[in-house]
Write a protein that binds this ligand. Sequence first.
Ligand code: G3P
Length: 216
Amino acid sequence: MKFFIDTANLNEIKEANDLGILDGVTTNPSLMAKEGIKGQDNILKHYVDICNIVDGDVSAEVIATDYEGIVKEGEALSALHPQIVVKVPMIKDGIKAIRHFSDNGIKTNCTLVFSAGQAILAAKAGATYVSPFIGRLDDVSTDGVDLIAQIAHIYNIYDFKTEVLAASIRHSMHIVKCAEVGADVVTCPLKPILGLLSHPLTDIGLEKFLADHKKA
Ligand code: G3P
């Protein structure tokens, strides 16, 4: 399973990358705004800065919602750096654009996916990744991890090559549950990744080992 970090914060990206477990980065317009990145030139430069930190796929989201606009914007994003993956919303024109990108060797991440039907369409269009938002489903009392399992099952039956990228992950247990049901990728903020490290018995055990070593 690949680990992507879901942030536009360069320090957090560096910290995750330094752990040696990072396979890529996902961003979205909200995450870019959170870091105060404004203006087209700054936004494009920021994507390149991210690509220069991590050796892996970096999702950069289009703002356009019409086919021609998505294609134009996506081609410009893709030309920025070989690691860029064009993130496209799950809408009718988005699916058409994903087919265009796929036919032209441009990697895509189909975002804002909340149902298996949407995930089937994304795979049929040739998306590289499909991003079901599990935390936002949990927010409305629908099991997000169940959707990951359902999509992974369907993709497995038909041998779809699209990778299931579990997004909107809120805590460490989401990561473990996504791993159990066969997500290809999880993307989340740094905190849930670091949460995987922690166990009180590890801390107690280490303290005892070090104390016994001193006595020896
Ligand atoms: O990758 C999608 C993610 O950024 C959305 O997360 O927590 O805003 O639902 P959240």
